[in-house]
Ligand binder design. Structure first.
Ligand SMILES: *Cc1c(COP(=O)(O)O)cnc(C)c1O
Length: 392
């Protein structure tokens, strides 16, 4: 039976999939079952930042696969320790907890913020202020922190203790943070929310507000981290540091991993038995994640992302001048949003037919998140395709 029929009969119907089944990837190109090639401007939703089938990652994966996959967290393994050392050396954080996904990393962050204040003797500080239009995952706690009705619908009652304010609205955030708030939880750029970027000075003020009111700042860098915006972590653009940061998506370029990082005094709230997960930080996956970070460093991928991202954005701005349906072009590095004056669903389908995979969020915002190794030639080809397909 054909792949799509087989899947549609036997897999939960939770995804509105496009009628495409892929068999192979090479750098920024994917191949479907008929051998047709597609330029990948989604990268598995900001996951495959080093593209598909990267030779160094294949070598790290297959090398480790022959040595050791899994032993549980009852024991030490070197790749896990080395990855944690690399992450803390490269960030504000002192310690890392390894999980398996973005939702789980966020779940760990929320638990840590609550535990931190329990330990400090402030048990009433348990509430989290999150943003409207945010996305933090699909577990009960993370969907409770997600400010989108469509994601929470049908799962009431969601968890107690989450308050919301609009992103970029400092007055509303100030009003939402009370003596019961343990943390403000926020994405540096709201990816699922429509590639919504912070206004100048926004994060500096949020940081000050958290300090004044005595709560923690949790940054969800699940989508923006690992070089996506041209810095290793997006908050580096804004000159601030969080107390807790979460990572996932691109950390192992497509293998499942999540990480929750914190400064020492906050991390101290978790001791033996506080939190755990069977698969978190297995040697197989952490050895690949370590190679991802080494490769980003050795091949100067952050510089490349800044340069290519600026080129791509400029091309999109030129396209906006020719097509009035484009309302706005925004984003950092290679996380770019193109807001349209109409739904983008047909454009996505038409691009697909022409061999380009792009993504649309919030119905009318094209989200462009190719591998960070995308070439200017591949960008030019997509721009030509969009130029041809946009009709006004
Ligand atoms: C994708 C994403 C998540 C959820 O990650 P999963 O691995 O799907 O659980 C959380 N936060 C942000 C910002 C994301 O983009």
């Amino acid at each position: 039976m054909d792949t799509m029929k087989l899947a549609d009969q036997h897999i939960f119907n939770t995804y509105a999939r496009y009628p495409l089944a892929f068999t192979k990837g090479e750098a920024c190109t994917l191949y479907d079952e008929d051998g047709k090639a597609y330029s990948d401007f989604i990268a598995g939703i900001a996951v495959c930042n080093l593209g598909h089938a990267h030779s160094k990652l294949i070598k790290a994966l297959t090398g480790q696969a022959q040595a050791l996959w899994h032993v549980s967290n009852l024991f030490y393994t070197r790749p896990q320790a080395q990855l944690a050392a690399w992450l803390t050396k490269s960030s504000f954080a002192d310690r890392v907890f390894f999980a398996n996904s973005g939702a789980e990393a966020n779940e760990a962050g929320i638990k840590l913020a609550r535990k931190y204040f329990k330990q400090k003797g402030e048990p009433d500080r348990y509430r989290v202020v999150a943003m409207e239009q945010s996305f933090h995952g699909r577990t009960m706690a993370t969907l409770s922190a997600t400010g989108q009705e469509k994601i929470r619908k049908g799962f009431d009652p969601v968890l107690e203790g989450f308050d919301f304010a609009p992103f970029n609205d400092l007055g509303a955030i100030d009003a939402a943070v009370t003596a019961k708030t343990c943390a403000v939880m926020i994405e540096p750029i709201q990816g699922e929310g429509g590639v919504v970027c912070p206004e100048p000075g926004f994060f500096k003020r949020v940081r000050e507000l958290c300090d004044q009111k005595g709560c923690l700042l949790i940054l969800d860098e699940v989508q923006t981290g690992i070089g996506r915006t041209g810095k290793l972590f997006a908050h580096e653009h804004f000159g601030i540091q969080p107390d807790i940061m979460t990572l996932a998506k691109a950390l192992a370029n497509g293998l499942p991993i999540g990480a929750m990082l914190a400064k020492e005094h906050v991390a101290q709230a978790f001791g033996p038995g506080s939190h755990a997960t069977t698969f978190g930080g297995t040697p197989l996956i952490t050895s690949v994640a370590l190679k991802v970070l080494e490769t980003i460093h050795d091949e100067k991928i952050l510089d490349l992302c800044c340069e290519t991202g600026a080129y791509f954005k400029q091309k999109l701005i030129e396209l906006q001048k020719k097509h009035s349906v484009i309302r706005n072009v925004r984003g950092y590095g290679l996380l770019l949003g193109v807001e349209l004056g109409k739904s983008g669903a047909n454009l996505v389908k038409n691009c697909m037919q022409k061999g380009f995979l792009i993504n649309c969020v919030q119905d009318n915002v094209l989200r462009l998140a190719p591998p960070l190794i995308i070439s200017k030639g591949e960008i030019d080809a997509l721009i030509d395709c969009l130029d041809e397909l946009l009709d006004d």
